[in-house]
Design a protein around this ligand. Sequence first.
Ligand code: PFF
Length: 455
Amino acid sequence: MQAKGAYPSFTSRLAFIIAAAGSAVGLGNVWGFTYVAGANGGGGFVLIYLLALAFVAGPAFMAEMLIGRMGKASPPTALGELQASIGAKLSWPTIGWIGLVGTIMVLSFYAVIAGQAMYYGLIALQGGFAGWPEGAVVALDADFKADPLAMALWSAVFMAFTAAIVSFDIRTGIERAGKVMMPTLFVMLIGLVIYSGQTGDMGRAVDFLFGFHEINFTSRLFLEAVGQAFFTLGVGVGGIMTYGSYMGDDVKLPRATFWIVAMDLFVALAAGLAIFPLVFASGVEPTAGPGLVFLTLPIIFTEIPGGAFVAFAFFLLLTFAAVTSSISLLAPTVARMTEGRTGRPFAACLMAGTAFIASLATVYSFSDGREVYPLAALGFDGLTAFDLIREGVSNFILPLSGLAYCLIIGWALRRDDVRAALPMADGRLFTLWYMVVRIIAPLAITALFIGAVLG
Ligand code: PFF
């Protein structure tokens, strides 16, 4: 139990790293990475993605954590305090508030996708998929999407689960969830990769993910790769800033960043190596897009030995990955609300309810609104509400907030103060990171946007 009034904290360095890795490892790694990499031609895309992780999103991730640790409050409050500490004129809390809106946007589609994963997990638990005719899987997906009520219901179940965990204090809720779910997720994932290696076509999967194929280097491809790098680490909405505010001063930030990024990358690549060997062995198209996980894979599960069990393991993995991220998406708004007199359970329910209502836009996009493009008149033809929310948050809010964090750490705050907040960091490592945050990452993000506008 925390002493009343004391600012909450994780119990240990490891607890922080597990929670933060839980935030990073999410639907983005399994559902997102595989389909974005698949749809963009494999190796070349993965290379840009790796560079974006190392030189843009990773350093920005550390900057965001550091802001949380320095400000020790919810994102708008932490940013406000840092602003006050140097007497800057621009309103820094605004960046925090935009981030909070971003958390609800991400949650709104997260809940629908995770809801479908839970539903499929339940079907697999009842022995589903194994031995089904292919048409049954297609019908399952089509029926689910034709039933907005079912989608909304599963979205509500997922949000309720998320709210329940966040209602508890940090150590009993968020920390414990990570400690239970993350190791399970790793074990299941490694098991799936081994299984895929034995039953599937690993050679082609490796070539597809890491080999260089014909690829069109468009500005959109760069935006997708950088957007995916930001999304996968979860930089830019204040989730990791909030967790950063709960970490002890003994956490070595560069080392923690390294481990979190490494685990995140490991899960994305391992998910690719679990999924694509099966995809290739059964001769289906790797470029299936978002349907890969809910259409292509389940069809494969119908044919393989132990299909129901493998399907259950896979969807449970996906659900766990989603929950450890969704709690980090709900934590920032709850942190802000509990700075007043509001209690955690009430704040968690209210914000989860808000995210659930927002999730109805995605439910609509997947069902009756499949061909409704709300902003077509503004030049965004062909994009559903879901596309607009997903692309808006991962390709705009995340990189732009990331840019703001880099500018705050690299230019606005005094170098000595930043250095003092990282006492254990090696001097050369600090200089390198500081230069990346000050110059390389901002230039890369700016170039990306100029390219996107001109391209
Ligand atoms: N990193 C998560 C994923 O890859 O699915 C998504 C995410 C989590 C985004 C936390 C933002 C965040 F604050």
